[in-house]
Structure formats: C-alpha cells, structure tokens
Write a protein that binds this ligand. Structure first.
Ligand code: NG6
Ligand code: CA
Length: 509
C-alpha cells in the first residue's frame, strides 16, 4: 500500500473512531428518565374526571393529568386492542400488516422479533424493560404457543427483559398468567390444551351449562369454556392449579408492577403496565363491588384508578416520581355492553363514557381512537392542557429521540419524533393521524375524513356507531366535535384532498 493510501485509510479509521466516541458520549449524556406507560383497556375519553366526567371520579388518574399534561387530541391508532398495541410497540400502523386484528388466545406472535420495538429500542439505550398485564399480540411461532413448555417467541423476544402477562384478554382462554414464557403455577401432570375451533377436554361450556355461570353470563358470544363461573371465548382444559381468579387480577398485576419498580429503581427502567380494566368480563375485587354505583364497569374503573394511585405512591415512596415519565392512556374507546350481562347499560345513568365524542370501541368516529392521554414528568414538563395532535404510534420515534437512539431503516415506518409535543413544548403535534377500525379515516388539523365503507352503521351487539357509510364523510372537529354534520357534499375539494392524502399515507409516501 502506498503511503498516501495508508494515510487515507488511517484518517478514515480515525474518523470512524471519533464518530463512534461522539455517539457513545451522546448516549452516555442522554437523559434517561424512567418511563411508566399505564395502558388501560377500553377506557373511554369521558371515563375520567380529568376529561370532564362528573359521574365517575378518577382522582388518581386525574393526578397524572393535573401534575402533567392532559392531551385533548391523543390517539390510539385503532378501535380495538391488538392493532393499537401492535402500532404502539412497533411504530407501524397495524393496518399495514395482515393478521393484526383482534387475536384469539392461541395466536402466534404478530411482531417480528427482528424489528425494533419501543421496548427493544429502550433496552438498547440501557433501560431495563418490563411488561405487566394484557399482551394480546400472540405468543409462539407459527402454530401458536405450547403452553406446557417454554412459550416463545413472546414479549421477552421483542425487547422486554421481564414479562408477566395474560396471553390475550380476560374473556379468552387460557385463563392463566405467563411469566417470562412459563405458565405460572402450572402442574406438569395437568397440561393445558387450548383450541378455538373445537372443544377440547370435558370442561363445561356456557352454552351447554348456563346454570354453572355463577359469576357472570354472556349477553352475546362468550359461551364456550367456563372458568371461575364465567364462560369465555375458546375452549381449554387442564392447568387447574394455574387458573386465575378474575376478582384478583387487578391486584395481581398491580403487585407485579410495583415489585418491578422496586426491583429496578436503581437503573433506568421502562414499565409497560397494561391493565385489564375495564375490559370484559368486568369482575372487580369484592372490595370494589358497588363502589361506583354504576355496576361492574364503573367498579372496574374505580379499581383501576385505585391501582394507578398505588403505583404513583410507589414512585413517591422510592423518590422516583420527579424523573419518571408517567403516561396514562387507553388502547381504544369505550364500550358498554361488550358481551356480558353486567348491568353496564342499565346502570350507566347520565355517564357518558365517550364524553363529547361520537362512537366508541370498534368505531372510526372519534371515540373509537381518541382516548384519555396524560403525561407527567415533573423534572421537565410544565403542567397544563395541550390540544396538540399526538398518537401512540409516535412513542417509539419520540422516546428514541429522547434517549438518542436511531431507528434502523425500514423499522417503525409510521412513527415520528413528536417529543416536543409530548413534552408540551410544541402545541401542534402531528400534521395528520390515521384512525383505523375496519376501514380508515384521517384527521388533519380540524378536518376529519372517513373513507366510504360497507358494513352496518351500528353494531347491533354493542350498540356502537361504527361510522360505516357507502358515502364519504367529512367533519369539522373545531366546530363539530361530535361529528354530527357531514360536510362532504358541501366541500368536495376538501374530501378529494383528504382522500388523496390518505391514499398517500397508505402507499407509504
Ligand atoms: C370481541 C369480543 C369482545 C372483546 C373484543 C376484543 C365477542 C362477541 N366480543 O370479539 O368481548 O373481547 O373482541 O376486545 O366475542 S379488545 O379490546 O381486546 O380488542
Ligand atoms: Ca381494548
């Protein structure tokens, strides 16, 4: 090699070194607040007193809003659980990937472990990462999980160093907890079998044995295997010693969340605390029964609110509150009757789970995806209210910016850096957001366009307005938050522009 070439090679090497050192320095000095993401299941915009409810009081959730930022335009990406959680963790709109709809309890993992997730990104930045609560993103490889061995891949393969989860939902089998890939309390002599097509074993089903539904009976669906006096979706047998008691689920997850925080208080940690409340079946602990005057749905919200208080108290007790980002939000909007006879409709009274919004869970009207969205970070964030357009899909991009991590090309295609908006320093936020439940809608600024779609206008089962309409819909959310006046016929150019914008987003442009 000539001297000149050798010189060039050395210079290049030096440059690489300098760049690497600079990056390491940047990462070493990056702020690393703890992050606690409290994710409720089916909590509506109007279910919290901080958002105006006078019928249900949620003093502990309100604390996060009052001591931090309360977003009035904070969105989940989808009107149901699996797709919202998928987008939150991967930074990719779920509708871009087939098979990310509401999953059965024995579905395979829908997140590719090779892709960056919110958890894997934070882990790379030196965080300890844990998930406690509802997972509902599938477990195991193609063919689903084997419940009786090591269940993988799952949360521990997509970035979580610790996991204590239920596989799917409270109303789906198997009704057991899984900790770091193992069913908790499983007796190997009593293996678990799960099937969503045909009955396995001889456990009674709700359909055949309504007299055995001593805890709660279904209003629609949910008539397969009975566990703890509640019939579920899907069939299971075995694992008797491992079965959960619904009444204890809130306490179980809370205890795990608190001990996680205690165990990791001396290192930066990310806790994804995904509660079951107020999803069906709503079977709160006996001490909360009657606490809301609104039946089990309200009581489940009371229980969740109490749990949020316990978690906040833990942060105070350990003197972690100041430098911990606490976010509270929900995976989709509210539903009243979601398939069990639990007096939710009868006892609702004047309560409006969606607040001023139209629709609810399963809907492309605002209440489907616009959810409670609070962020507290005492060391950095000035309390207040923000109307900035923020979405859970941006957690990945925003927190990556905070901890100075880059996201590999191709990962997190829909996530952006909205850190300034999340911290209250930018009052505008996203330029637009896509709202998904079945078909799509797009909100840009004050305008909301809902693409034409087939299907019923109302869900007969849940009594929710789904926003299906063969004609396009256009609403001005600044003057018509309740989406009552379709302006599509009056403003065809705007409809066309928004439809074109949505098409561009779909095409990934
Ligand atoms: C529906 C269930 C509903 C709920 C939902 C998923 C019936 C009749 N309804 O299919 O009860 O489990 O799926 O909710 O089975 S989510 O919040 O997890 O998306
Ligand atoms: Ca949900």
């Amino acid at each position: 090699m000539s001297t000149v070439r050798l010189g060039r090679a050395l210079a290049l090497l030096l440059l690489v070194f300098v760049a690497a050192a600079a990056q390491a320095r940047a990462q070493a000095t990056a702020p690393r607040p703890n992050i606690v993401l409290i994710y409720l299941d089916d909590l509506g915009y109007g279910d919290v007193s901080a958002n105006g409810s006078t019928t249900i009081r949620t003093p502990n959730m309100d604390r996060i809003a009052k001591e931090g930022l309360r977003f009035t335009s904070g969105y989940a990406t989808s009107g149901t659980c699996t797709p919202s959680r998928f987008s939150l963790l991967t930074g990719k709109y779920a509708w871009r990937q087939a098979g990310t709809g509401v999953l059965p309890g024995n579905a395979a993992l829908v997140i590719d472990p090779a892709r960056t997730t919110l958890a894997s990104m934070l882990r790379k930045a030196g965080y300890h990462t844990g998930v406690v609560g509802k997972w509902h993103l599938g477990l195991g490889g193609p063919g689903g999980p084997d419940w009786n061995t090591n269940i993988a891949p799952g949360p521990n393969q997509v970035g979580f160093a610790y996991s204590f989860i239920m596989a799917a939902t409270g109303d789906r089998v198997p009704t057991v907890y899984v900790e770091d890939g193992k069913v908790v309390g499983l007796d190997p002599a009593d293996p678990i079998r799960v099937d969503y097509e045909k009955k396995v074993g001889d456990w009674p089903t709700g359909k055949e044995n309504p007299a055995l539904l001593t805890t709660q009976r279904p209003s629609h669906g949910h008539d397969q295997t009975i566990v703890n006096g509640v019939s579920r979706i899907g069939y299971m047998t075995g694992g008797k010693a491992a079965l959960w008691r619904d009444q204890d689920m809130g306490d179980t997850f809370l205890r795990k969340a608190i001990s996680y925080v205690e165990a990791h208080q001396r290192e930066p940690f990310f806790l994804f605390y995904a509660t079951h409340e107020p999803h069906v079946p709503r079977v709160p602990h006996e001490r909360f029964v009657g606490s809301s005057g609104m039946g089990p749905r309200g009581d489940a919200i009371m229980q969740a609110d109490w749990g949020v208080g316990q978690l906040l108290d833990t942060l105070d007790r350990l003197k972690l509150a100041d430098n911990t980002i606490v976010i509270l939000t929900s995976d989709n909007g509210p539903v009243v009757d979601d398939g069990y006879v639990d007096q939710a409709v009868e006892k609702l009274g004047a309560h409006k789970p969606a607040g001023p919004l139209r629709g609810g869970k399963y809907s492309r009207f605002e209440a489907g995806t616009r959810v409670p969205f609070f962020l507290r970070w005492p060391a950095r964030v000035k309390p207040g209210v923000s109307d900035a357009l923020v979405s859970q899909v941006d957690f990945l991009g925003s927190f990556a910016a905070l901890v100075r991590q880059s996201i590999p090309q191709g990962d997190g295609p829909d996530t952006g850096n909205q850190l300034a908006a999340l911290l209250g320093e930018d009052r505008r936020g996203r330029d637009h957001v896509v709202e998904h439940s079945g078909a799509l809608a797009i909100r840009e600024g004050r305008w909301k366009y809902i693409e034409p779609s087939k299907g019923p206008r109302m869900s007969a089962q849940t009594n929710t307005e789904l926003a299906n309409d063969p004609a396009p819909q256009l609403y001005d959310l600044s003057t018509d938050l309740g989406e009552t006046k379709n302006l599509a016929a009056e403003q065809p150019e705007r409809v066309q522009a928004l439809a074109a914008k949505l098409a561009r987003v779909k095409a990934g442009q």
